[in-house]
Ligand binder design. Structure first.
Ligand code: 3UK
Length: 539
């Protein structure tokens, strides 16, 4: 974004969307008019699509949906692995004014049932490998009229995508949607409770591409993106499906699990210029002995991390070995993409950077008043890509979307120079001796110890019913648990984080409970601990 002399703002992507505007026209069809039809848009392990081929399939998919009787504003579920079929179904739905709901493919059948029932999806597009899981719950989804399986084969009571496309028209114009009309939904699991259907409008796709994709990453037509984070996740959706298409660039898609081995093989084979991952993956890649300059890609110019905070050491070690920076930035399903971030020209490892131009951030106390600089508070954000609200969860919507401001539920501190320091989720905080303790801070201290791979900290009641920190620690492969090591870790935290913050109990574990997107589920550890201490009292 550039601010001109008269105070107005301009974007490399032109005028912001207003009035009648369909995102499929902007991200797909515009490139044909601008002469990019023969350029690559997407590549997966078996197929690739030029912009011309993508446009044709998108238009055919839209027509196919309409022929099936799927109507504007109805929802269709996408249960798709990352292949070239994902953008076809997503943009095809937008073209028809139908609302795609991208669903986490890693969830069990019952969770899919909850989401499909909640969204009242009338059709689902599913990868062949995922169909058996959907089949388990289909009989209990009365609103679900059509199941479209990608490929040539239609098992049981389904339709196959390829014949559907072959029999459809490619010349129907896109639905006359409004820029402010709901375009698609994403489900956010949150740390507890029922999943929330987050409803986003057409224009938000443009804003995230303009403010972050162009404004921070400086994407150009010759870039090639590779996101280890999947397309069903808001992070992956921006990285691999909307940002590259905003500028006529391309994206490599990988349908399988992004193991460190697979990711390095893709970097070598496709030579992407941008790579997007989560902190755990960067740490795992650093443990690969063959990791070297560019992580195997001569064209690699920038890496991005989001989803949870990137530990400073991981960023610094990556920079040293790979020779490319990792930009840590925080985004959310509610804001669609990253709104607070490091930049290629303004980077401080161990922080989330500064607000992305076009977004504003505040750090506030419990009454919504700005806290003094340097103090902890909750992060609020204001910007043009905020969601419309949660579907059928009015109370939660009212608590999260406060007019122009969106509450993140994250604790932050802003230092003297304006860098934002992450301090954990507001709901994971607890008080020890009347002083707030952020589990994140104790975890960071533990992880700075050479024996520790990962750690999670919760508050647990002691014999007097007073809350004290307890740590669950995963050790590095070459270390073994011992009482002496536990004592050493306690002393280490006392020295690094402050004496009252050290974990009074340390439990060594093989792994930590995590969400499908890799976030530590401290609430599960709290539940486990409550059950265990209740047992102790009863016994
Ligand atoms: C946490 C971070 C510290 C934070 C997301 C990029 O993660 C995304 O969306 P979700 O809705 O989760 C949002 C929550 O995740 N978080 C995300 N990034 C960071 N914490 N440092 C970070 N860099 O608690 C936030 O409230 O799953 C990430 C783009 C789009 C996204 N949706």
């Amino acid at each position: 974004m550039t601010v001109t002399a008269d105070g107005t703002t301009t974007h490399r992507l032109g005028e912001p969307p207003a009035g009648s505007w369909n995102a499929a026209t902007f991200f797909v069809y515009r490139h044909l008019e601008e002469g990019r039809g023969e350029r690559l848009a997407f590549r997966d392990p078996t197929r690739s699509l030029t912009y011309a081929a993508l446009a044709e399939r998108v238009a055919r998919f839209a027509d196919g949906l309409t022929t099936l009787g799927v109507q504007r504003e109805q929802r269709i579920a996408l249960l798709l692995l990352d292949t070239v079929d994902f953008p076809v179904a997503f943009y095809g739905a937008l073209h028809a004014g139908v609302v795609p709901v991208a669903i986490n493919t890693l969830l069990p059948a019952e969770a899919w049932h909850t989401i499909l029932a909640d969204s009242r999806a009338v059709a689902a597009v599913v990868s062949p490998a995922l169909w058996p899981r959907l089949a388990e719950v289909r009989p209990r989804l009365p609103a679900l009229r059509h199941v479209i399986v990608t490929g040539q084969e239609a098992p049981d009571d389904t339709l196959a995508l390829e014949p559907l496309l072959a029999g459809a028209r490619a010349d129907r114009p896109p639905a006359d949607t409004h820029a402010d009309e709901v375009a698609f939904w994403l489900y956010s699991s949150g740390s507890t409770g029922r999943p929330k259907g987050v409803r986003h409008v057409h224009a938000s796709l443009w804003w995230t591409a303009a403010l972050y994709g162009c404004g921070v990453l400086n994407l150009e037509q010759d870039d090639l993106c590779f996101s280890a984070a999947k397309l069903f996740f808001a992070y992956g959706l921006g990285n691999a499906m909307t940002f590259p298409l905003a500028v006529g660039a391309a994206s490599v898609l990988w349908p399988e699990r992004p193991t460190p081995e697979a990711v390095l093989a893709i970097l070598r084979e496709h030579q992407p210029s941008l790579f997007f991952g989560v902190p755990t993956l960067y740490a795992a890649l650093l443990a690969q002995p063959e990791l070297g300059p560019g992580a195997g890609s001569k064209r690699l110019r920038l890496c991005v991390s989001a989803g949870e905070a990137l530990p400073r050491e991981v960023g610094e070690r990556w920079r040293e070995r790979v020779g490319v920076d990792i930009l840590d930035g925080i985004g959310s399903t509610e804001m669609l993409h990253i709104f607070l971030s490091n930049r290629p020209d303004a980077l401080r490892y161990g922080t989330s950077g500064r607000p992305v131009p076009g977004y504003e951030c505040r750090v506030v106390d419990e009454d919504g008043r700005d806290v003094p600089r340097g103090e902890l508070g909750e992060l609020w954000v204001r910007g043009p890509s905020a969601a419309e609200g949660y579907w059928c969860q009015r109370e939660k919507s009212r608590r999260t979307f406060l007019g122009e401001w969106t509450r993140t539920g994250d604790r932050y501190r802003v230092d003297e120079e304006g860098w934002y320091h992450y301090a954990g989720r507001a709901d994971d905080m607890f008080k020890v001796s009347g002083i707030w303790v952020s589990p994140f801070e104790v975890e960071s201290a533990l992880m700075a110890h050479p024996a520790v791979l990962e750690a999670a900290v919760i508050g647990r009641a002691d014999a007097n019913g007073l809350i004290k920190p307890k740590a669950f620690v995963v050790l590095r492969e070459d270390r073994t648990p011992s009482a002496a090591l536990a004592d050493e870790l306690k002393a280490h935290v006392k020295a690094v984080a402050g004496p009252w913050k050290y974990p009074r109990w340390i439990e060594f574990v093989d792994q930590l409970p995590k969400t499908a997107t890799g976030k530590i589920q401290r609430f599960r550890l709290r539940e486990r601990e409550r059950a265990a201490t209740a047992g102790e009292r009863a016994g």
